[in-house]
Design a protein around this ligand. Sequence first.
Ligand SMILES: Nc1ncnc2c1ncn2[C@@H]1O[C@H](COP(=O)(O)OP(=O)(O)O)[C@@H](O)[C@H]1O
Ligand SMILES: O=P(O)(O)O[C@H]1O[C@H](CO)[C@@H](O[C@H]2O[C@H](CO)[C@@H](O)[C@H](O)[C@H]2O)[C@H](O)[C@H]1O
Length: 474
Amino acid sequence: MAPPDRPLVRLLAEWLPRQRWFGGKHRPIDGLSIGTATVLRPGDPGLHHLVLDVAQDGVTDRYQLLLGIRRDLPERLRPGEIGRVAAGDGGDEHVYDAAHDPELARPLLAHMAAGDALGPVRFRHAPGAAIRTDLDAAPSPAEQSNTSLIFGDDYICKLFRRLSPGVNPDLEINLALSRQGCAHVPAVHGWMELDPAAVGGGDEPVTLALLSEYLRSGTDGWQLALTSVRDWFAQPAAAPVPTARDAGAAGGDFAAEAERLGAATAQVHRDLAAAFGVTEVPADELRSRVADMNDQLTQVSAAVPELRPYTAAIRDVFARCAANARPLPFQRVHGDYHLGQAMRTGTGWVLLDFEGEPARTPRERRALGHPLRDVAGMLRSFEYAARFLQAGEGGDAPPAAAEAIEERARAWAERNRAAFCRGYAAAGGPDPVAHAGLLRALELDKAVYEVRYEARNRPSWLPVPLRTLERLAG
Ligand SMILES: Nc1ncnc2c1ncn2[C@@H]1O[C@H](COP(=O)(O)OP(=O)(O)O)[C@@H](O)[C@H]1O
Ligand SMILES: O=P(O)(O)O[C@H]1O[C@H](CO)[C@@H](O[C@H]2O[C@H](CO)[C@@H](O)[C@H](O)[C@H]2O)[C@H](O)[C@H]1O
């Protein structure tokens, strides 16, 4: 038998940067230590909850890991293998990411149903929730900033990978919206949290996981939008280039859904305002936000040279927004709103993932903002859907065909953007048309964020936000 691999912390430091959800892939790890280690299930297979303190560039971020330990690792669990460590008896055992092990996921439900506390890890259920404990888990195919487990047809349990101090806004907002009777969020059944004393204090427990109703009939907005774009591009090449108006004649039109999504967004904004309040902020506050937008622009153009041709034009738009600043109503918003954060179910649109942008600080994620910030996020997403397929369809096309594809992409995006804004305003949201300068600045700010996000996480997608910058910044 081969000798055991290196000590666990060394294995983890090598394994972490390869994970999709690891936020520090672009920086070397200077140090890694285990902050807390809690046995959730003894034996073989064993389940341990770890909080990892990862030091990078003078900043320590906290991640959580459900660590599985098995003497023999079945083939199906190999993709999650971290390595082998020495066992107490002189032999060795496999350590792996247990988020993908159905046998080890079941105890999480049982602990939530019972409201257990194991060391600093506490399991909670929502008032009145009776959690089923007989369900097996399968990993969600949608691996994004976090990792989710799907329990039968009933629950989805999101494990927050990077931990922020205090209550995670996703739990905080979902609970608050449920209390408002909001029809556009999934029911919360339970959650996991960490005693703050175990990680250096703080008043609030640290949210570890969120167990929600699984929307089994739902399809996420990104997939629906791509299907529509695909239909639209599949029109015969000889057909006249469509305008935004006649894009609706194509199969798979998305505009009616975009309009309904706009209306659902306005209703959620209204419920957020009712739950957390609205504050009228002075013009100076908006100018200070624009200064933050300029700071982000400076940082991203230093790191991503492809952004530099657009920097001056973006700054001009930001400057105009600051010059026209006036008092505005600010409130809690979604904060990272895009088509992948909304699911169309049999009864309507449901909004997901109120955690805010993964690269932002906890303070920024909970900060009040203008609701058009979310509108801007979704408008960007329509551009993404149109341009993402355009890259595949138009990549090798001769210039004339590429131009036709570009016009089709633009027509699809324009039609759906307009429909979303119409639905949003008709349902009582601030009219996007009446706030065009603010909206354009917010869209550009999101596009700059996306340039950094893609450069760090999915470099092959970088052309997607860049492709829209010329028009948006011009
Ligand atoms: N309640 C739910 N029911 C069904 N699918 C869901 C649910 N919540 C999330 N999903 C699926 O998981 C994906 C990622 O969820 P999300 O909360 O956005 O996670 P992340 O924070 O990792 O981005 C969504 O795009 C959706 O496809
Ligand atoms: O969903 P997350 O909270 O993980 O958000 C991050 O990842 C998103 C991608 O998964 C990213 O969204 C960008 O790509 C989407 C298509 O995949 C597109 O619809 C969005 O408009 C675009 O911003 C999001 O920005 C990031 O925070």
